[in-house]
Design a protein. Structure first.
Length: 158
């Protein structure tokens, strides 16, 4: 179930997630002889799954907003930006809101926050610059806050 959730967070489509999961396990079994015991089996399976999802997204033209290095990092103001959701929101509400992020934002946000990759790893995996990864993550956080706030206002306005 965990690997299915990885796929679903990445591609936002249940049927694609199921197909990618199945393909990932086929890859796992066909590449089992290449496993080097340098990480846990679970981490190795997750890496194969994430790579399959990324390849799927690339085939479907996932785009990232490329930025010049000097403009890429959006510095957080003290106490303003955190990875914590605004008070009063549960994790499930945040996970649902993530699905409404633009593809580039969602993929970087998911890889960084949910899957635990750092920006250097994300840049390598997605073939983007580290600065682009950081800016996509920062913009994803800002957009997510806007989505959560508008959702909260919409709910309280009824």
């Amino acid at each position: 179930r965990a690997m299915y959730n990885v796929c679903l967070r990445m591609v936002r489509n249940e049927q694609d997630a199921e197909d990618l999961l199945q393909n990932s396990f086929i890859d796992v079994f066909s590449k089992l002889h290449t496993f080097r015991f340098q990480s846990s089996v679970g981490a190795w399976i997750k890496r194969i799954t994430v790579n399959n999802c990324i390849n799927h997204l690339k085939r479907n033209r996932l785009f990232f907003e490329e930025l010049e290095e000097r403009h890429a990092e959006v510095p957080a103001k003290a106490g303003q930006e955190t990875d914590e959701p605004p008070p009063g929101l549960d994790v499930e509400t945040v996970r649902k809101a993530v699905q409404y992020l633009p593809d580039g934002y969602r993929v970087v946000f998911t890889l960084y926050l949910f899957e635990g990759y750092d920006h250097k790893e994300i840049a390598s995996i997605l073939e983007i610059t580290e600065a682009t990864s950081k800016s996509q993550y920062s913009r994803a956080r800002k957009k997510l806050r806007e989505l959560l706030e508008s959702n909260r206002l919409g709910m309280s306005g009824k």
